[in-house]
Design a protein around this ligand. Structure first.
Ligand code: NOJ
Length: 549
């Protein structure tokens, strides 16, 4: 395989311009600020940055309501600042992925303004209209409790328009060839600006064509193939990273026949079972989730993550499983959202360093590409006094200076966390840089380690049969080299005995500590895992124990 498939072993860092670094002092993060922080990302070992939407927006949904696809919102700087940022990122070998939010636009987009203006308007059919009130007008909401409908009457248009999300986000009509051509232009535009790919927002909804009245949705997967083809014509190594929280059996259609669809997809399914395992130390469902989402074609890949800018969605768990996760990670009603999620950051949920390390080590070791959420590398907290998902969108804590070194302004887009154990006085980059065993330095080591373990991104894998209900053991194999990785979800230490059918004195090299495990006379390894411990080993060729899934 060639090195061109860079996404197989990338380390993706996700951030929102708004809350990362404010250079011009208006209280909102910007490209000049981010550019000055590229060295920080580079030093951590990050090689790909995913930027949340930064285009002009009324900003009623954290920028996921775009009113001009070809610009930069002036709060974040100019197009010139964007290009400077791209140049500096490239100099450091950092790739940039941006959000492609085309399931819907803002209702302030000129296309929608024109569309609602009259039945004969040029853009009328760019959106989805119904003259009559659809019988299912208040069904299928993505944000139950916050969103009241999916069809809303528009007085100007004298018709009902469809919006899968909030009412200020009208859905584009993807069946309209003019809309598809425009999306290609958007993709082509940003590729020319140097981006390495797109995080495609709300993929399933983008593929459906809503019509009034209840029916089973029809998803047009062929569109993904068309989009992919266009992308690849323009730039051979650009990628699509899809947001599709769907059941495992559905995912194949998104990756496409022989990998002809989306390159990478977030593994929401495994994500939920990771949290279930962390909450209960029962790892059986996680093992099943990993098997259920085994990649079918070698160029396809999962993106694994712990937290993102939304709520932790637990909608795929059973009610009983979900209640267990709520009980452990989001017991107060104020921590929960839309009946199915938790609006907290990783550190506040887990509440201790050991489990944070366990969670990150696990996520980095799963078959796929790891995605880090800004602030998690220093264990930032959340602010539950903010509304909905804003709780997890507070500004980056750089230092213990005023406003955590994020901004000179007195009033910020979201307030800095300045009280309690997660306040910026204690939790910030500058302090953690100086402390050798800080979370930040640990994370930097983990990133380096993951980059050296190409077996994970490329290789075959199997779950090892270990006689212990709390320990997940994974074996990876790539080009004659094996990795064995163990995670102990229990609060107690455990010893496991491994028979790798190696010769006596066969060695396993510990990749994190200056140690090795040597097989005893019977050829067995005795490996100790501390409470919530994890160990990564490299061995020679263990292909004889690999059963292909
Ligand atoms: C998914 C995004 O992650 C979320 O933040 C947004 O609200 C919806 N898509 C609508 O664009």
């Amino acid at each position: 395989m060639t090195e061109d498939l860079w996404y197989k072993n990338a380390i993706i860092y996700s951030l929102d311009l708004e809350t990362f670094m404010d250079f011009d002092g208006d209280g909102v993060g910007d490209f000049q600020g981010l550019t000055r922080r590229l060295d920080y990302l580079h030093a951590m070992g990050v090689d790909t940055v995913w930027l949340a939407p930064f285009q002009p927006t009324p900003n009623k949904d954290n920028g996921y309501d775009i009113k001009d696809y070809y610009g930069v919102d002036q709060r974040h700087g100019s197009s010139g600042n964007f290009v400077e940022f791209m140049h500096q990122a490239k100099k450091r070998g950092i790739k940039v992925i941006i959000d492609l939010v085309v399931n819907h636009t803002s209702d302030e987009h000129p296309w929608f303004k024109d569309s609602r203006s009259s039945k004969d308007a040029k853009h009328r059919d760019w959106y989805v209209w119904s003259d009559k009130k659809p019988s299912d007008w208040n069904e299928g909401m993505v944000f139950p409790g916050v969103q009241e409908a999916t069809w809303t009457y528009d007085k100007k248009a004298k018709a009902w328009y469809f919006h899968r999300f909030y009412e200020f986000q009208p859905d584009l009509n993807m069946d309209n060839p003019e809309v598809r051509a425009e999306i290609n232009r958007i993709v082509g535009f940003w590729l020319e600006m140097g981006v390495a790919g797109f995080r495609v927002d709300a993929v399933p909804f983008m593929l459906e064509t809503p019509a009034p009245g209840p029916k089973n949705p029809v998803y047009k997967f062929s569109y993904l193939r068309d989009l992919r083809r266009f992308l690849q014509w323009r730039r051979g190594d650009a990628i699509l990273l899809g947001e599709a929280n769907v059941l495992p059996e559905e995912t194949k259609k998104y990756f496409g026949e022989e990998g002809s669809g989306i390159h990478l997809m977030f593994n929401f399914y495994v994500n939920q079972y990771m949290f279930y395992a962390l909450a209960t130390s029962d790892i059986e469902p996680l093992k099943e989730a990993l098997e259920a989402t085994r990649i079918q074609f070698p160029t396809s890949q999962w993106a694994h993550f712990l937290r993102n800018h939304d709520e932790l969605d637990l909608g795929r768990l059973t009610e009983e499983q979900r209640q267990k996760v709520f009980a452990r990670f989001g017991p107060d009603e104020n921590m929960q959202l839309y009946d199915r999620g938790i609006r907290r950051r990783l550190s506040t949920m887990l509440g201790n360093r050991q489990q944070s390390e366990l969670a990150y080590s696990l996520m980095f070791s799963l078959p796929g590409t790891p995605v880090i959420r800004y602030g998690d590398e220093i264990g930032m907290g959340d602010d539950l006094s903010l509304k909905e998902r804003d709780a997890v969108r507070t500004p980056m804590q750089w230092s213990d200076d005023k406003q955590a070194g994020f901004s000179e302004a007195d009033k910020l887009i979201h307030p800095i966390i300045d009280k309690g154990p997660y306040a910026y006085h204690h939790v910030n980059v500058e302090t953690q840089r100086r402390i050798p065993d800080s979370l930040l330095n640990w994370m930097t080591t983990l990133i380096r380690l993951r980059q050296e373990c190409t077996e994970i991104g490329w290789g075959d894998w199997q779950i090892l049969e270990i006689n212990n209900p709390h320990i997940l053991g994974m074996h990876y194999m790539w080009q004659g080299s094996s990795l064995l990785i163990f995670h102990n979800f229990d609060e107690k230490a455990h010893e496991i005995v491994l028979d790798l059918e190696q010769e006596t004195k066969g060695k396993l090299i510990d990749l994190m500590q200056n140690e090795e495990s040597i097989a005893d006379e019977e050829g067995q390894h005795h490996i100790t895992l501390p409470a919530y411990g994890y160990r990564w080993f490299r061995a020679g060729d263990l292909s004889h124990i690999m059963q292909k899934g």
